[in-house]
Design a binder for this molecule. Structure first.
Ligand SMILES: Cc1cc2nc3c(=O)[nH]c(=O)nc-3n(C[C@H](O)[C@H](O)[C@H](O)COP(=O)(O)OP(=O)(O)OC[C@H]3O[C@@H](n4cnc5c(N)ncnc54)[C@H](O)[C@@H]3O)c2cc1C
Length: 285
C-alpha cells in the first residue's frame, strides 16, 4: 500500500490569520478594526503577505500556533507510527485501531522497505507474514480478541491517521523529520505534508524545511560526523565551524585586510573600493 498524504482542510485563510495574530500585537487598532480594514481591502493581500513574510523571519512564533492543517495519512507502517506519536505538542492524532479493526482472513497490509527488496529478502518476509497472518486468523476463530491476536503483528503492518497539526508544530516536525538523519518513511511523510501545504499556501510551504534550511537554522546542529556523512552536508555549515570562526574573530585571529587586498578591490572597481566586492577570492581571508 503506497504512502498517501492528503490535506483535508486548513485554516480558511492562513495568511490572514497570521496577519491578524501578528498585527494585533503591534497595532493600536482593535482586532475588529484590523479585520474591518482587511475586509474593506484598505489592507491589501500584498501588504498582508509582505508583513507576514517579515514576521516569519523573527522568533515571534506563538502566532504560528493559530494556523492549523488537517491531514489524512494512509499506508504507513507501525514502525513509522511509533515515531509519529512521539510528537506531543500542537498535534492531535487519530490512528486506526488494532483493537476495533480485525484483519479478515489474517490478511494484514504491510510495507516492505526498499532495502529489504534490494537484499532479495522480500519473499522470505512475505512468507513469514503469511504464517503470522494464518496464526492470527486461528486465534481470532478461537475467540482471542483482536487486541490480543495483534501481538503477532509486525512493525511493518500498515496503519492510517487523521491528524490536525498547527503550523508551529509542523515546522518543528519538518525540522527534525526532513533532516537526512530521520527515518526514510518519516522523511517521505514529512515531504508529502510539505507538498500539500505548498499547494495551498506556498509562503508557508517554503518554510517547511529540514532544520539546516536557509529558512530555519541555516546550519547543521547534528554531530560533525553526521554532518560529514549528510548528502547535503557540504552546502550547509556545521555549528562547530561557525563557533570556531567566531572564536577566531573574538581572539583577533582573523587576518585584517592588507594593502594588496585593497589593490585587488580597487582594480575590480576603481574609485569605489569601499563598496565593491572582489570577484576573485581574497588571498589570506
Ligand atoms: C533522528 C532521530 C532519532 C531519534 N531516535 C530516538 C531514539 O533512539 N529513541 C527514542 O526514544 N526517541 C528517538 N527519537 C524521538 C525523539 O527523542 C523525540 O521524542 C521526537 O523527535 C519528538 O520530538 P520533540 O520532543 O522535539 O517534539 P514535540 O513533542 O513535538 O515537542 C515540540 C517541542 O516542545 C518541547 N516539549 C514538548 N514537551 C515538553 C515538556 N514536557 N517539557 C518541555 N518541553 C517540551 C520539545 O522539546 C520540542 O521543542 C528520535 C528522533 C529523531 C528525529
Amino acid at each position: 500500500m503506497p504512502i498517501t498524504v492528503t490535506l483535508l482542510s486548513h485554516s480558511p485563510d492562513p495568511i490572514r490569520s497570521l496577519y491578524m495574530a501578528y498585527r494585533v500585537c503591534y497595532s493600536s487598532l482593535t482586532p475588529q478594526q484590523v479585520a474591518e480594514r482587511i475586509a474593506s481591502e484598505r489592507i491589501s493581500r500584498e501588504q498582508m503577505e509582505a508583513f507576514v513574510i517579515e514576521r516569519l523571519k523573527t522568533g515571534h512564533s506563538s502566532p504560528l500556533e493559530q494556523v492549523w492543517f488537517e491531514f489524512a495519512i494512509s499506508g504507513v507502517s507501525r514502525a513509522f507510527s511509533h515515531q509519529f506519536v512521539r510528537h506531543r505538542v500542537g498535534i492531535s492524532f487519530e490512528q486506526q485501531s488494532q483493537r476495533y479493526v480485525t484483519y479478515k482472513g489474517g490478511a494484514f497490509p504491510y510495507t516492505v522497505p526498499e532495502s529489504v527488496k534490494r537484499a532479495g529478502l522480500e519473499d522470505e518476509m512475505a512468507s513469514l507474514f503469511e504464517e503470522a497472518g494464518a496464526l492470527y486468523e486461528r486465534m481470532v476463530e478461537a475467540g482471542v480478541p483482536a487486541e490480543d491476536a495483534r501481538f503477532l503483528l509486525p512493525n511493518a503492518t500498515n496503519t492510517n491517521f487523521k491528524v490536525t497539526v498547527n503550523f508551529q508544530s509542523l515546522l518543528h516536525i519538518c525540522d527534525l523529520r526532513l533532516c537526512t538523519r530521520a527515518q526514510w518513511e518519516f522523511r517521505r511523510v514529512a515531504a508529502l505534508m510539505r507538498a500539500e501545504v505548498m499547494r495551498v499556501e506556498p509562503i508557508l510551504g517554503r518554510m517547511l524545511q529540514p532544520k539546516c534550511g536557509e529558512q530555519r537554522l541555516g546550519y547543521c546542529d547534528e554531530s560533525e560526523k553526521d554532518w560529514a556523512a549528510c548528502p547535503i552536508g557540504r552546502v550547509r555549515p556545521h555549528k562547530d565551524a561557525l563557533f570556531r570562526l567566531y572564536e577566531q574573530y573574538r581572539r583577533g585571529e582573523l587576518q585584517p585586510l592588507r594593502p594588496e587586498d585593497y589593490a585587488i578591490i580597487e582594480e575590480a572597481a576603481p574609485g569605489i573600493a569601499g563598496e565593491a566586492a572582489p570577484s576573485a577570492p581574497v588571498p589570506g581571508s
